[in-house]
Design a protein around this ligand. Structure first.
Ligand code: NI
Ligand code: MN
Length: 230
């Protein structure tokens, strides 16, 4: 059975694997590019890469309404449970791996920042490597990050898909994303964290052409709300 991925604009993704629904960095209601509102989303797990508003905005609403489990770093999980009444969390820290019903999740490094919207300490920013039980597929969500050489290690076990920011300014941009693809060597690569607002505007079609000419990875460019299966 295939894995279904939907991009809701910005860094918000839905992964459907088996009967599990995993939403990554839920930013719906205040996301100018999202075609959906948070209340339309149902999820079993909510993965949060770091504490910035554009990644956590609707996490508590979805988790509390759906009874979903929040997976994030320890500090963000504590913040959700103490300040937003989230009942189920799976706290992690960098380098750690956990087993969940849909597969294994590894917390990966990201070079960024992670303050929570109320000024609380948000721990270290991260990314996630998902190893799906249903298909054996490996999917890497880089989160908000600069390029880093250790991406070589993340890609070493093979990647069916890498989701990389290309917006520039707050994360790596198109140039560094090409270098990241060369380190990660994923079968497919999808761009994220761009075109939400003018400061992170990018031409994804031009980016995809560069990916095709410079790497062996297949670029997958979606419109917000677009879906593909792997
Ligand atoms: Ni951020
Ligand atoms: Mn961000």
């Amino acid at each position: 059975m295939a894995t279904q991925l939907t991009w809701y604009g910005h860094a918000t993704w839905l992964v459907e694997s088996g009967c599990q629904r995993i939403v990554v960095d839920p930013f719906f209601d205040c996301n100018p590019s999202s075609p959906a509102k948070a209340k339309q989303i149902s999820a079993d797990f909510v993965l949060v890469t770091h504490g910035h508003f554009d990644h956590i905005a609707d996490a508590a609403e979805i988790a509390n309404r759906c009874g979903a489990t929040v997976v994030s770093n320890f500090e963000i999980c504590e913040w959700f449970s103490k300040k937003h009444g989230v009942k189920q969390t799976q706290p992690m820290n960098l380098g750690g791996m956990i087993d969940l019903p849909f597969g294994r999740v590894k917390s990966t490094i990201a070079h960024h920042s992670s303050e929570l919207p109320d000024g609380s300490y948000g721990g270290n920013p991260g990314g996630f490597l998902l190893m799906l039980r249903e298909t054996g597929q490996r999917i890497y969500f880089a989160g908000d990050t600069a390029l880093f050489l250790d991406m070589q290690l993340i890609g070493a076990g093979g990647l069916d898909l890498a989701v990389l920011p290309i917006g520039d300014r707050f994360t790596m941009g198109p140039d560094d994303s090409i270098a990241a693809i060369e380190l990660l060597k994923p079968k497919r690569v999808a761009p994220s964290h761009y075109n939400t607002w003018p400061p992170i505007a990018q031409n994804a079609t031009a980016w995809a052409a560069r990916v095709r000419s410079k790497t062996k990875s297949v670029p997958i460019v979606l419109e917000p709300g677009g879906t593909f299966a792997i």
